[in-house]
Design a protein around this ligand. Structure first.
Ligand code: FES
Ligand SMILES: [Fe+2]
Length: 412
């Protein structure tokens, strides 16, 4: 291959130079280039550098409530299984039989105490230990110890109401990954919240555009005119400490013009500020977590291609709200579906405009788009193998909100 040919086939995504404009302080920084959203080789490398190294959200804890439940999920190109032992401990394994590698499960399912490979029926217990090999030892082979052929484990952790998995043994523990966020949302006691509704949607947009759109409220007055009546631009504040997340808070969340937030009782564990605030958190890389006083709305993003993403939407309610009637839940359900539909239209249009030629990166608004800048830098860190947990805002909250925030986050 000639040098010229090499240049035409090499990709710059891991070079610092590719990220230089994005890496500038926000007052000087540019948005990300089109390739980040529309180039197949970028998408492939992103799977490896981000989704196969990060703590990736793979579901809600409620999805493992049914006895024997097994979840089949993707970490980049890798397929992993999640389950609980009889004692309730979370386990994760690669979805590959230790005999000759067959995929153990194609879809979420329930299984007994023994996980059976469909090919030659080797079986594993819920700790991944090989415990049955039908007919295999009728003719002995040398040095075969079933203990050497347990399923390969993958790291898993539950964080509040969410399940995470990580394919990289060198990534920091989940507590360090999320920094101060665990403490910030501790009062919600999300591990006790239960799923009310799940809806899956497919969007014709790159997963990052969905996250970016969620992270900025710049678009609210024009894309969500109804929302803008109750979620005023001036009531938004940054909500970021050290950790792999970008956050904002809206406080107060509403006045009396709509009853969406008030029909269902609030969680009883919240402090005064939390009772009148919404927390809107983009956990890097793939989950958008909206915490309201009486419900949570989770968007888990599953990248399917450069311009295609599956959104797993889950509504969760705090303890005591399980018996809320469908009628009383409907306002909250429809509120999010309406907002999400408005976002889908504009984000798909964003994807088309980036992909159809003529796009060069624009500039960012420090007031509205600082979380995106933080997110871009997390992505750049991963693509250039310089991952670090970002520090948070060091200035006094609120940094970019207008006026005095009546309900800032405090540790008390
Ligand atoms: S490949 Fe699984 S038992 Fe043979
Ligand atoms: Fe929006």
């Amino acid at each position: 291959m000639t040098g010229e040919q090499e240049a035409s086939t090499s990709v710059p995504w891991t070079d610092d130079a590719f990220w230089a404009a994005t890496r500038q302080p926000i007052e000087d920084a540019s948005a990300m280039p089109a390739a980040c959203y529309a180039d197949q080789s970028f998408f492939d490398l992103e799977n490896e550098k981000v989704f196969e190294t990060a703590w990736v959200c793979v579901g809600t804890a409620n999805e493992l409530n049914a006895p024997g439940q097994v979840l089949v999920r993707k970490l980049g190109t890798r397929s992993v299984l999640l389950m609980r032992t009889e004692a309730g401990e979370l386990r994760g394994f690669y979805n590959s039989c230790r005999h000759r590698g067959t995929e153990l499960f194609a879809n979420d399912c329930t299984a007994g105490a023994t996980l059976r490979c469909p090919y030659h029926r080797w079986g594993y217990d819920r700790d991944g230990v090989l415990n049955t090999t039908p007919l295999f030892e009728e003719v002995a082979i040398n040095d075969f110890d079933p203990a050497d052929f347990s399923l390969h484990p993958v790291r898993t952790a539950q964080w509040g109401c969410l399940l995470f998995a990580c394919a990289d043994p060198n990534t920091v523990e989940l507590d360090e990954w999320f920094g101060d966020l665990t403490e910030r949302v501790a009062n919600y006691q999300l591990e006790n919240w239960s799923t009310r509704l799940e809806v899956d949607l497919e969007m014709n947009a790159n997963w990052k555009l969905i996250s970016e759109n969620y992270q900025e409220y710049y678009h609210v007055p024009w894309i969500h005119p109804e929302l803008a009546k109750v979620s005023r631009v001036a009531d938004h504040y940054r909500f970021q400490g050290p950790g792999m997340y970008c956050g904002q808070t809206t406080t107060p969340i509403t006045e009396s013009t709509r009853d969406d937030w008030t029909v269902m009782p609030k969680a009883v564990t919240l402090n005064e500020g939390e009772e009148v605030s919404g927390r809107f958190l983009a956990l890097f890389p793939n989950v958008l977590l909206s915490l309201l006083p009486n419900h949570a709305f989770v968007l888990r993003l599953e990248p399917l291609g450069t311009g295609k993403t599956r959104e797993h939407c889950t509504w969760l309610l705090p303890p005591g709200n399980e018996k809320i009637s469908d009628e009383d839940f409907a306002a909250t359900r429809d509120f999010w579906l309406d907002i999400n539909n408005e976002d889908i239209d504009i984000v798909e249009r964003n994807q088309r405009g980036i992909s159809q030629g003529g796009y060069t990166p624009g500039r960012l608004s420090p007031r509205f788009e600082e979380p995106l800048h933080r997110f871009y830098n997390m992505l750049a860190d991963h693509m250039t193998d310089t991952v670090r947990v970002p520090t948070g805002d060091t200035d006094a909250l609120p940094a970019y909100g207008e006026g005095t925030n009546p309900h800032p986050w405090t540790k008390n």
